[in-house]
Design a protein around this ligand. Structure first.
Ligand code: ATP
Length: 316
């Protein structure tokens, strides 16, 4: 796994004087195995995260108080108060490091809201990295990951990026050995979001009534496929236990998945808790072809191409 960021020594001591701009990717789950519900209300997960080239960007400047401005995807639906993961992340870091949470933050969102691409978690990860540099708190990667895990299960991965195994409730990250290959994706962004807690509740309901498909097995086949360079092999190993739940809550996603495969994708899955669907393609040119055909089929709000793995939250 690569370093998420590495400030200069001066930055670590004094903090940055100019603006700190951090770019953070969206994630997809190549394998999302959902285990039993734990006593703390979370499900035990066995997942392989993969960071793709759809980005949010957070800029942090020095300020006398903590302020946030936003533009882009879904920001009209987001409050600027403590319910915003950017504000929560800034407070969490300041509290941990014993500094005042003073900064002028600006968020540019391209990752769709409640899309199953972990956009909110990405923004929290970007905030931790940006404010750590702005304030010169110079935390170790492990310390940042600890704060990240308290903010959300996907946040530690979005600091690291790349492709990584996630266990526990998804917050325990370990690197995946893979050949340096880029995989090419088509991303079908739906109208409106799906609530992650609702998707988990629906999976529990489907399992209780025997209506859920068999749970995914181990990640071995997927991890083996990642060590090869053949997207056809990888395509056969993608899987998501939450897919049945997402399809039950949003039946129209079945049409989107069929349309992507009819357009020539090697495989399509719902990303995380949905409703975004992602399609693996043979190469970059194929991704463009599939994307054009999928857009013409008018089965989703927006179609984008992306590649992965990419770095986690990084100062640009
Ligand atoms: P995940 O896959 O991590 O469960 P998601 O991709 O489905 O999440 P997100 O875009 O991360 O969805 O948003 C989940 C919820 O988090 C939103 O509905 C919103 O209420 C809340 N939220 C708080 N702050 C943010 C933020 N900065 N960006 C996006 N969502 C945020």
């Amino acid at each position: 796994m690569t370093e998420a960021w590495r400030p200069g020594d001066d930055d670590e001591r004094r903090g940055a004087t100019g603006p700190v701009r951090v770019r953070v990717p969206a994630k997809v789950n190549l394998h999302l195995g959902v285990g039993p519900l734990r006593r703390d209300g979370y499900h035990e997960l066995n997942t392989v995260y993969h960071a793709i080239s759809i980005y949010d960007e957070l800029t942090a400047r020095r300020g006398d108080t903590l302020t946030l401005t936003m533009e882009g995807e879904g920001t009209g639906e987001l409050a600027l108060d403590d319910s915003n993961l950017v504000i929560r992340a800034a407070h969490a870091l300041a509290g941990y490091a014993g500094v005042m949470p003073h900064a002028r933050l600006h968020l540019r969102k391209q990752i769709p809201l409640a899309g199953g691409l972990a956009g909110g978690s990405a923004d929290a990860a970007a905030t931790l990295v940006a404010c750590d540099a702005l304030w010169g708190t110079g935390l170790s990667r492990d310390e940042l990951a600890g704060i990240a895990a308290d903010l959300g299960s996907d946040v530690p991965f979005l600091i690291h990026g790349g492709t990584a195994l996630g266990t526990g409730r998804g917050e325990a990250i370990s690197p995946v050995l893979a050949r340096p290959t880029s995989w090419h994706w088509v991303v079908a962004i739906a109208d409106g979001g799906l609530s992650t807690p609702q998707a988990y509740r629906e999976l529990d309901r489907l399992r209780e009534t025997g209506a859920a498909g068999p749970a995914l097995g181990s990640t071995d086949a997927l991890l083996g496929a990642l060590r090869q360079r053949d997207p056809r092999v990888l395509a056969r190993t993608l899987g998501n236990d939450l897919q049945d739940a997402a399809l039950s809550l949003r039946p129209s996603l079945a049409t989107t998945l069929k349309a992507g495969e009819a357009a020539g994708a090697l495989a399509g899955i719902v990303s995380g808790s949905g409703p975004t669907c992602v399609f693996l393609t043979a190469d970059a040119a194929d991704a463009e072809r599939v994307a054009a055909e999928l857009a013409a089929a008018e089965v989703c709000r927006q179609v984008r191409t992306a590649h992965g793995p990419v770095h986690g939250a990084r100062i640009t």
